[in-house]
Every structure is written in C-alpha cells, then in structure tokens.
Design a protein around this ligand. Sequence first.
Ligand SMILES: Nc1ncnc2c1ncn2[C@@H]1O[C@H](COP(=O)(O)OP(=O)(O)OP(=O)(O)O)[C@@H](O)[C@H]1O
Ligand SMILES: [Mg+2]
Length: 380
Amino acid sequence: MNAKILIVEDDLESLKLIGLMLQSRGYQIAAAQSGPQALSKAVSESPDLVILDLMMPGMDGYEVARRLRADPRTATIPIIILTARGQITDKVAGFEAGADEYLVKPVHPAELITRIESLLARSARIGPTVQLPRGKTIGFLGCKGGVGTTTVAMNLAVSLIRGPASGKKIILIDARTGSSTLAFQMGLRPQQGLQVLAGREPHTLTADSILAHADRHASGTLLLGGLPEPQGLASPLTPAHAQAIVQALAETMDYVLVDMGTGLEAVSQALLRILRYVVVIIEPHRVSLLLTQALLAALDNLEVGRHRQGIVLVNKAPTSMTPSKDTVEEFLQREIICVIPPAPELAFQSAERGTPMVIMQAESLISIQFNQLAQYIAAL
Ligand SMILES: Nc1ncnc2c1ncn2[C@@H]1O[C@H](COP(=O)(O)OP(=O)(O)OP(=O)(O)O)[C@@H](O)[C@H]1O
Ligand SMILES: [Mg+2]
C-alpha cells in the first residue's frame, strides 16, 4: 500500500496545494489544521511521515514535534518541517524538537518528494530496531578520552536517584570491558560481571541473570561492570551482547545509563541504534571541538536523530582563552544542555576516596549543575 502522509498546515490553500501534489504522486493523505488535531491524527491515522508547519495559532510546530517524539506511539514517525522561517536558529530549534528534515518555503515539489522518499526508505531500513523500551536508556559518549564521561555518568546517576528519580531503579553499565574505571570511581570492587555475561549466548540473557552480576552502590544505584584488563587483551562484549543486556535491563529498570567511553566501535554503534538518548561529553578546547564536530556528523550519519542527542560541556581547567558556552554553541551550531564547571580539588578527592562529587559536596556549584542535568534527563 502507498505511504500515508499527514500534512499539518493551518493555511487551507497551502494544505490543498501540498495535498494535491502528493496525491498526484500516489501518496495517501491525512490533514490537520492545528497542533492538537495533528497529535490526534498522528495516532488515529498512523501516518508513515508527517509534514509539519511551524507557525500555527495555539500550539506551534515545535511543540507538535516534541509531543510526537515524547509519545511512544508516534516517536519514530519521520517529521519534515516545512516552513517560511529560514533562520539558522529556527532550523536548530526544529531539529532539536525532533525534526528529521527542515525545508524552507517555497520548496520545489521535486525537492520535497526527494526528501520524503529518502526518509521513507530510511525508516523502512531501520525498521523495528527503533522500538522504545520501558526504561530510559541513555548513553554517555566522550568526544575523546579523559574529558569526564565517566564522571558525568556517575554523578548524574546519583543526582537522579537523590532527586527527580528517587525511588526509581537505576543501573549504570560500564560498556568498556577491560578499561572499566566506573567501579573504582564509585568505591566498589570491580567484578567480572561483563566478562561472565560475554561468555553466554546473547539471547539467553534475562534481566535477572544480568542483575545477579550487578553491585549496589550506597546511593541505591546499581552498577554493572567488568574486571580491568589491558585493552587489546580484554575480550570485549559483542554488539549483540551489548544490545541484549541493555534491552533486557530496560524491561525492568527505570533508567539504564551506559558509559560508552569514546569512539564509535561496533558495540557503540549497536548501542546507538537502541538507546533512547545519548549524552555527548565535550570540552572547550580547539582540538576537542574539532573531534566533536566529526563525532556529531558521524551521529547524524548513523541516523541518531538530533532529538536523541544532548551535549554536555565539561570545563575541567579553564584559562583566560577558554571559549565560552556561546562560542562553542556557535562553532558547533548546536545547543549545549549543561555546563559542568571546574572543580579540580573536589574531583581529585572524589577519585581518591571513590566517592562521587555530588555526594562529597552536595551544595557545591558542580553538584548544582549535575542536579540540573538530572532534572533535564528526568524530563526527557
Ligand atoms: N569538572 C571537573 N573539574 C576537574 N576535574 C574533573 C572534572 N570532571 C572530571 N574531572 C577529572 O578528570 C579526570 C577524567 O575524568 P573521567 O575519568 O570521568 O573521564 P573519562 O572521559 O571517563 O576518561 P576515560 O577516557 O579514561 O574513560 C578524572 O581525574 C576526574 O576526576
Ligand atoms: Mg571513563
């Protein structure tokens, strides 16, 4: 059957024009003239794609996109924003709200059709891998080694359980068998959990059999890691194991947080296909920003939608030359969701004692930032 496209447009003339053009190409059409109508038709009509206007009275297109993404029934429908607003800030906001494409009116019919066809082909290709599990699955990926990826994942987990996710079940996974440092940084004895799980068939892994190898941290978060082994000698998880572990845990846990370290090796690529959100950890240095640009472009190529990405800037050791948040945002053309300030003394003591910073100094500036990040993540 031909694909069905939901056109969301408050101007009746434009609506008819786009509708007739698409019908003449064989598409089925559904139409909505307001945000609320768009949301209800996105469920009742099960469209294969949505074309969304931004400027509508009442609920605007950004809000419609955000709500479509937030609802598991509509979260994976491709969205093309088609608008008269051509500013770069509008475009960035559109992608952040969840759009897959952003086209500025007037658009040539041939271009619109090309974009529609490529998005439909892409969702046919990705298919069921984008199914959303019950728990929030969130990856942490550094633009390079040592930027603070593990520190952010660990302090965020504790901030969540002590704040907006109190009473919820949270597990932190150290996905890098071998170079795992998470257990040390949390003051726990490393266990061979991941090494044991890597020796089993992925399809036999259930939440219970995985949780038997997890440790409980004093804060209440669980931890699943492995024994340290030099890289190259370590037997890493296979992509199938990594996916199976995260998917099984997401059935019973409220949050599954994965320290992915750096780089986009096969395990990380497999994880990116199933994680609901990825936090990219960056630092405000020239070389790191160039690596970040390459990483963000790679995430786009791997079809990790912009609404599934959040950037956290860790400012470990600022100098008078360190670029500001605004400068970094301008350079990357992306919004930063949180800035973690420098705390060298606290970071050192925290590492020495194996106690996360948000526990050592709950009132410090850095803890306040981690708490804000926790609020942001809890609201996803
Ligand atoms: N905001 C901060 N201010 C000062 N130092 C920090 C800050 N955040 C982290 N650090 C320190 O930076 C070092 C690296 O942190 P962390 O281990 O989290 O980085 P990573 O990116 O996970 O590294 P790896 O690539 O080894 O996994 C640690 O010594 C940590 O204590
Ligand atoms: Mg680390």
